[in-house]
Design a protein around this ligand. Structure first.
Ligand code: PLP
Ligand code: SF4
Length: 335
């Protein structure tokens, strides 16, 4: 649990919600009135990667539906024990891209900082589900080292805070970090990749907005929503506050079998994102991480879906179809 900003104030509501996320598969099944027969498999797969989901995200799921597209993203299944050829523990070769303590540098101009290993939600398809965060993240003392490393990289003008989820860190810690980044003259942009505005929108509070207002860097936030039903009224309010603070809002999704592999769903996702002031950025093909093969959508089918999407939406609502290829100079754009 993160320390409160001041000993008098106590934890913020979002910090309490983060401390109270559902971790027990039995509780998740019970809340959604699902068949207890799902429990043994859920417990077995949770040993590979623990269950973790905020209560307010669960409240957006349909009770009694084991195929609910939000539930599918978080419920551990026996299918995760499958180990088909081509699926690996480090599918995007993060190990090779490590250029300093907690720093991943794959692409020109952009350095990615692993700020923490913690997330509010555990997404079963996560490509970092096997990442050795405890050995390599830029939190605590290591930040100083990571920033010192960045200071020596004179071709980097954008720092991407990633993880884990950087917004699980307290505003105080984030402010300390951006104060150091602000002092690097070459830096122009700060980018945040976070699922918190979606799964725990209470995170977007006055403290967070104060922090974002305190940096000199132009700020971009990439939220991660995969299905239109993730974007309820509270998410809309959070997105409006962020936009009000001058943040450019983008979304990236992963194309997931059984979650969003229908053109109607993807079109509604883009429409809903625009309604709340967020532009679609990337639609990623699944990274072939061990344990997530059942989410895979074949590349041909992905291209066909993307064509159908482009045929029915204005261009600015069509995300780029992308995949990450180890060693490439950027994401590989398929369409
Ligand atoms: C995806 C990624 C980026 C960002 O790529 P964009 O195409 O700019 O969104 C930067 N660094 C790393 C290591 C990445 O994996
Ligand atoms: S929030 Fe992001 S980093 Fe965390 S488990 Fe989900 S996909 Fe992975």
């Amino acid at each position: 649990m993160v320390l409160p900003a001041s000993p008098i104030a106590g934890p913020a509501p979002w910090q309490r919600a983060l401390a109270e996320v559902i971790r027990d598969p039995a509780e998740l099944l019970q809340r959604l009135h699902l068949d207890p027969a799902l429990l043994p498999a859920a417990r077995r797969a949770a040993e590979l990667f623990p269950l973790r989901v905020p209560r307010e995200f669960v409240a957006r799921m349909t009770p009694g539906d084991p195929d609910d597209p939000l539930l599918r993203q978080v419920l551990p299944l026996d299918l995760e024990h499958a180990a088909p050829a081509g699926f690996a523990t480090d599918p995007v070769a993060d190990h090779r891209a490590r250029s300093g303590p907690g720093v991943l540098q794959k692409y020109h101009g952009r350095a990615l900082l692993i700020t923490t290993g913690a997330c509010a939600v555990h997404c079963r398809y996560c490509f970092r589900r096997h990442y050795p965060y405890d050995q390599d993240n830029a939190s605590r003392q290591a930040w100083r080292q990571a920033v010192a490393h960045l200071a020596g990289q004179d071709d980097v003008d954008e720092v991407i805070l990633s993880g884990g989820d950087p917004l699980t860190l307290s505003d105080r810690r984030l402010t300390a970090l951006t104060r150091q980044l602000d002092a690097l003259p070459r830096l122009r942009r700060l980018r945040l990749h976070s699922r918190l505005p979606v799964v725990l929108p209470a995170r977007v509070d006055a403290g967070l907005l104060d922090w974002l207002g305190s940096t000199r860097l132009q700020t971009v936030m990439v939220i991660h929503a995969n299905h239109p039903r993730e974007l309820d009224g509270d998410v809309a309010t959070a997105a409006a506050s962020l936009r009000g603070a001058g943040i450019t809002m983008l979304n990236q999704s992963v194309l997931l079998r059984g979650v969003n592999d229908q053109v109607e769903t993807l079109a509604e996702l883009s429409e809903r994102l625009f309604e709340i002031g967020v532009l679609p950025y990337y639609l990623h093909l699944l990274d072939p991480v061990l344990g997530a093969a059942h989410f895979d959508v074949a590349e041909d089918q992905a291209r066909a879906l993307h064509r159908a999407l482009a045929a029915r939406l204005p261009g600015y609502l069509v995300p780029r179809l992308a995949r990450e290829q180890p060693g490439a100079a950027g994401k590989t754009i398929l369409a």
